[in-house]
Design a protein. Structure first.
Length: 204
């Protein structure tokens, strides 16, 4: 399952998410649903990938933790590559799990839901830790770098800007959303936005 199904699911969900983002940015109906399905599925795939068995170049698949826990670094007979329990087992799992958090944070940010920046921050911190740890061994994880850059960039994107872009066809809604963002503790403002969106969907 890990070797065949999950990589395919990751590609499909990423394509759906990108199409959903394009549709949302183009004010095409259904963009939100595609974005929600695509990013949610991709996040789940990342969590599952974090728990797949470690596959090491030049060797058969091994149950690394049970066999080598506590031995630090070792070498396999089938390869001259030095294996590190921390770098080759723990850090990849952190990449996948932190990536999942970044993706959910990205979804929350694009959907204008609460808690987006907190999730993005936590996910980016995880990826940065991986990048720093691997840098000491003169190694790099491209996935961690990409997710860290995307998450870091989205941290600085203003929710007001996203509201203005994704709802530019409805100035009234934009005004209500901006007021809600300026008054996060005002429950009446949040309820006003919900009621407006509910009425808007009912008219379609």
């Amino acid at each position: 399952m890990f070797d065949v199904l999950l990589p395919k699911m990751a590609v499909i969900s990423l394509v759906v998410a990108v199409l959903g983002l394009v549709a949302k940015a183009s004010l095409v109906k259904g963009g939100d649903i595609m974005l929600l399905v695509g990013l949610s599925t991709l996040s789940i795939v990342y969590v599952l990938r974090a728990f797949e068995r470690t596959k090491l170049t030049g060797t058969d698949e091994v149950n690394f933790p049970k066999k080598y826990l506590g031995q630090g670094r070792t070498k396999f007979a089938a390869t001259s590559k030095e294996i590190s329990f921390f770098s080759d087992l723990i850090l990849p799992k952190i990449v996948w799990l932190s990536g999942s958090v970044v993706i959910i944070g990205l979804l929350f940010k694009l959907m204008n839901w609460k808690g987006a920046n907190q999730q993005l921050f936590n996910g980016v911190i995880g990826e940065v830790i991986v990048i720093i740890c691997l840098a000491f061994n003169q190694r790099m994880n491209l996935r961690a770098l990409i997710l860290g850059v995307i998450g870091g960039f989205m941290l600085f994107v203003s929710p007001k800007y996203l509201a203005q872009q994704f709802h530019r066809d409805d100035p009234v809604l934009v005004q209500k959303m901006i007021y809600q963002l300026d008054h996060p503790r005002d429950r009446a403002a949040a309820e006003d936005v919900r009621q407006y969106l509910k009425q808007k969907r009912a008219q379609r």
